[in-house]
Design a protein around this ligand. Sequence first.
Ligand code: SF4
Ligand code: SF4
Length: 307
Amino acid sequence: MKTEKCLADLQLEVIYNDKCIQCGSCGAFCQNIFYEGGKVNYKEQCSETVGVCYNFCPRSELNVPELDIKMFGKKRDNQALGVYSKAVKATLKKSSLKDVTAALLVAAMDLKAIDCAVVGSAKVDKSIDPVICTKTDEILANAGERKGFGPLVQMAGNAIRKKFEKIAVVGRPCHAQGLVKIRTSKDFLVNQDKIALVITQFCLAQGKGCPVCLDYTGEFADISIDAKSGEALIRTELGQKVLDKAAKAGYIEIADADIKGMENKAMNKKTSNFKKVLAKNNDLLAADYVKVDMAWLKSLGEEPKKT
Ligand code: SF4
Ligand code: SF4
């Protein structure tokens, strides 16, 4: 369902409320929005009442159960890690492929499951400067984890406009949150079927919008991977095909994952950051039949006063 809100609401609720993580979803399909110096900017004040910017932003609303159903066809059994079909530990076997994420992208290219990959440029160190890689060499030149933040999702929109047919995006969990709203939207048709594969790297970043982030692994990706340990969650059929191809080609080796370890890290992040989400809400909280004041909710954690 479209939400009748626009750029002004996005500014008020997300950007000026310190929840923006510069993911680029708001500007992916709006030429009025651009990103400069780590900020969302716009060319002119906009009179659109139902903004694609507001509707695609992962911080305007993130209805997790609904997105689980839309993306995976079912709700999650695992509250820490989200919907996944397989957990593995992947180790790089062919060192020329640089790391497991790059090996997966090369395997996806081999399969012709993707014709380009949007990744952060290795040339820029302190932020994510997105580039479109069309060849294996370019993927390998930009392998590795990027520091900082950047509008990868906007570049995925550019890749669609450049007529790529099967686009991969490698980003953080918040990029996948914007992308899942785009990929599953029936309200705004923007050729989103061209986004074929989303790979996330596990994330404990501490940028401006991160204190309210509840996603450690990238719960709406096709493959979520810990760039350091190689532990990975396979969430979709295509994700499984890509992993199998990488293993069969001898790019990676697969072993059992430490699921408990992943769950612990994910739950630590969720519980600590959810308190910050609640703290930001000074209004009413609705649950079942009742609406309660936030002060009342916070009082539940306090010791009863002695009478
Ligand atoms: S879509 Fe991303 S970049 Fe745009 S306001 Fe929302 S969080 Fe910020
Ligand atoms: S913690 Fe990571 S995934 Fe979450 S908002 Fe920050 S950068 Fe994005």
